[in-house]
Ligand binder design. Structure first.
Ligand code: ATP
Ligand code: MG
Length: 356
C-alpha cells in the first residue's frame, strides 16, 4: 500500500495543503499545535471507520468553513486508486467516493486503503490492565478475520443477557430464576468462547513471533519480548465452568468465567512488562506489537499497510530511533516529531497548518 498524495481542504487547522510522502519514510516536523497530528489523522481516516481522536466528525471541519474535504491517491498493490472524503460542518455527515463513485455503505469504505496508526495513547496496551490488551487483540484479529468479529458480537450479546438474568434474580431475591434458566445462555457462551479462544491463541502465537524479531532488531539484540495467551479451553470445559459455579456467580452479581476474563501476558526479558519495563521500553514493546500487527495484516491482505506513527520518538534512544527512521524496504512510514531528527528520510516542516 503506497500513499502517493493527500489533498486537504478546510480540514482541522489546514486550509489547503498537498502532502506527497516518500514511498519509504517521511518525517513531519514542527512545533506543538502546528498540525502534525492533523496531517496524520487525515491519512488514517481513509483506512478506519472513525477518527482516533473524536467521535464528533464535525470537529474535523475547519472553524468557520462549510465543509472539509480530503482526497487520497494511493496504489493498493495492484492498481492506482483514489478516494475522497467530505464532511459537512452543520450535520457532521460524511460522504465518500472511491475512484469517483459514491459509496453509501460504511462497510464498503473500510479495507480499500489500509493503515496502522500508533499514537501515545496506545502505550496503554502495555501499561494498563487486561481490557486494553484484549481490545488490541480483538481489533487486530477482526481486521483479518470477519468471522471472529461476528463470534465476538454474538458472545457479548449472550454475556449481557446472562448478566441481566443474574441481576434480575438478585433484585427479586429469587435464586431459582437464574439457577433454572442459566443453561441455554451458558451453552451459547461456551460455543462462541471456544471459537474465540482458539483464534486468540493462534493469532497471539504469530504476533509473538513477529514482535520478538522486531523488538530484537529495534534494540540491536539487547531486549526480548514474550507475548503469550493462556491455553484455549474447549466448549465442554467452558460449559462446565459456567454450570458448576452458579451459586458463586449469583453471589458476585455477574458472570465469572469466559473469554471476557482472558489475559494476554507481555514480558520483557522474562519479567512482566507492565510492572518492570521502563517508559521507553514499554513504548518500544507497544510499537513492536503494532508493527507486528502490520506484518500479519500483510500476510492477510498481500500488502503492507501504511504505518502512521504519531509522536513516538521522544523517550527512545538513538538505536531505537534509527530503526524506526530507517524503515524497512516495502513499508511506507509517516512519523511526526517536534524535535529535529538526524535522518536521511524526507523531512517536511509544518507551521500553522501549512507544509513549508
Ligand atoms: P503536538 O506537537 O502538540 O502534538 P500537533 O502539531 O500535532 O501538536 P495538532 O494536534 O495537529 O498539533 O493540531 C494543531 C491545532 O489544530 C490545534 O491548535 C487546534 O486548535 C487546531 N484545530 C483542531 N481542530 C480544528 C478545527 N476544526 N478548525 C481549526 N483548527 C483546529
Ligand atoms: Mg500531535
Amino acid at each position: 500500500m503506497i500513499c502517493r498524495r493527500v489533498e486537504y481542504r478546510d480540514f482541522r487547522n489546514i486550509t489547503q495543503a498537498v502532502l506527497e510522502p516518500s514511498p519509504d519514510v517521511t518525517v513531519l516536523n514542527g512545533l506543538n499545535g502546528q498540525g502534525k497530528t492533523n496531517f496524520l489523522e487525515g491519512v488514517f481516516l481513509f483506512a478506519g471507520v472513525r477518527s482516533f481522536r473524536t467521535a464528533h466528525e464535525n470537529e474535523l471541519v475547519r472553524f468557520g468553513a462549510p465543509f472539509a474535504e480530503l482526497k487520497l491517491f494511493f496504489h493498493n498493490g495492484r492498481r492506482e486508486m483514489n478516494m475522497t472524503l467530505r464532511w459537512l460542518a452543520e450535520s457532521g455527515r460524511r460522504f465518500c467516493r472511491l475512484n469517483g463513485v459514491p459509496i453509501t455503505r460504511l462497510s464498503e469504505t473500510v479495507g480499500n486503503f489500509r493503515a496502522v496508526l500508533f499514537c501515545p495513547s496506545h502505550l496503554s496496551i502495555v501499561r494498563e490492565g487486561p481490557p486494553m490488551r484484549r481490545r488490541f487483540l480483538d481489533s487486530a484479529i477482526s481486521q483479518t478475520d470477519p468471522s471472529y468479529l461476528r463470534s465476538l458480537q454474538k458472545y457479548n450479546a449472550v454475556l449481557a443477557q446472562r448478566n441481566a438474568l443474574i441481576r434480575m434474580s438478585r433484585e427479586r431475591r429469587d435464586d431459582g430464576l437464574f439457577l433454572n434458566n442459566a443453561e441455554p445462555w451458558s451453552e451459547q457462551m461456551a460455543e462462541e468462547a471456544e471459537r474465540i479462544s482458539r483464534k486468540r491463541e493462534e493469532y497471539t502465537g504469530r504476533l509473538a513471533e513477529q514482535a520478538a524479531v522486531i523488538l530484537s532488531d529495534m534494540t540491536a539484540g539487547r531486549e526480548t519480548v514474550g507475548i503469550s495467551y493462556q491455553t484455549p479451553r474447549s466448549r465442554e470445559e467452558y460449559f462446565k465452568l459456567l454450570t458448576e459455579n452458579l451459586q458463586r456467580e449469583l453471589r458476585a452479581g455477574f458472570t465469572l468465567y469466559g473469554v471476557q476474563k482472558d489475559e494476554l501476558k507481555i514480558t520483557l526479558c522474562g519479567n512482566e512488562a507492565k510492572a518492570y519495563a521502563s517508559q521507553g521500553q514499554q513504548r518500544s514493546i507497544a510499537l513492536a506489537m503494532k508493527i507486528a500487527e502490520g506484518e500479519l495484516s500483510k500476510e492477510y491482505g498481500g500488502e503492507y499497510p501504511v504505518f502512521l506513527f504519531d509522536d513516538i520518538l521522544s523517550e527512545l534512544d538513538e538505536t531505537r530511533r534509527q530503526y524506526l527512521l530507517k524503515g524497512v524496504t516495502g513499508r511506507q512510514v509517516l512519523i511526526t516529531s517536534c524535535d529535529r531528527v538526524e535522518t536521511e528520510a524526507k523531512v517536511l516542516r509544518i507551521e500553522g497548518g501549512r507544509l513549508i
